[in-house]
Design a protein around this ligand. Sequence first.
Ligand SMILES: Nc1ncnc2c1ncn2[C@@H]1O[C@H](COP(=O)(O)OP(=O)(O)O)[C@@H](O)[C@H]1O
Ligand SMILES: [Mg+2]
Length: 285
Amino acid sequence: MSENGFISAKDVVFAYEPEEGQTPRNVLEGVSMEIRRGEFVALLGHNGSGKSTMAKMFNAMLLPTGGKVFVEGMDTVDDAIVFEIRRRVGLVLQNPDNQLVASVVEEDVAFGPENLGVPPEEIRRRVDEALRAVGMYDFRLNAPYKLSGGQKQRIAIAGIIAMEPDCIVLDEPTAMLDPQGRTEVLETIHRLNEEKGITIVLITHYMDEAVQAGRVIVMDGGHILMTGDPREVFSQVELLKQHQLDVPQATELTHRLRGMGFPMPCTLTAEECVEALAAYLPPVG
Ligand SMILES: Nc1ncnc2c1ncn2[C@@H]1O[C@H](COP(=O)(O)OP(=O)(O)O)[C@@H](O)[C@H]1O
Ligand SMILES: [Mg+2]
């Protein structure tokens, strides 16, 4: 039993099956990380750094070619417990259209628990609760294809919640959404974390989403580049830039001003940035 993390990856190495004539190439090269129960972790890194591959390790959709992944101490390579792992760790992908299977919203949400063999009356309760949790109960009899991107993604999340997982891993869930849809999805996952204690691993390339996480893990070229709370990570502007990674806009501005000789703090949000700038402005009135 791993005592450190709810999910625990130890020296994980992974290579996809190579195309004919090609040699296998490691896309994860010894990744170790711990995700603690109840955490909200943002996983960052530019394209190809191995984030999606890592996400699929967390619910045994992919198995390490070297090293180990444990979920509540259960080794993901153990065939007999894949079911137990998938019940605990749900995966939400980028494109909601690929995740919705039924023609009515509530049937879609019921799909997961049905596959788990949950009794019908219990499914009814779970589906209603999951739809309320994502603010989509009023749409339960609608056709998913008629919903907006943000609404579809919330239905996909409801389908995962209905399986009552301890942890939800979301792989760029807002990448295909408009600003309104992004806000809906972000608010939903924060509420699930805060009110239900569901552990969240959010893969994102939006820095403003990462700023709201409890902890940030940055991957680069199949390795972990750094980890820490958002301020610890984003204060390392130069290191992030060397690895072609962005920082939040506020952080960028105060960093540049610091370079011009203004003793600015590291800011993460527009509000913090305004406060730091206000110190240099003459008082109003
Ligand atoms: N199904 C696959 N087959 C072969 N190579 C893959 C496959 N999926 C991803 N890769 C490669 O693995 C590396 C890591 O990809 P991925 O985990 O998707 O990174 P990220 O999510 O950070 O963009 C990339 O070089 C990518 O091209
Ligand atoms: Mg990816």
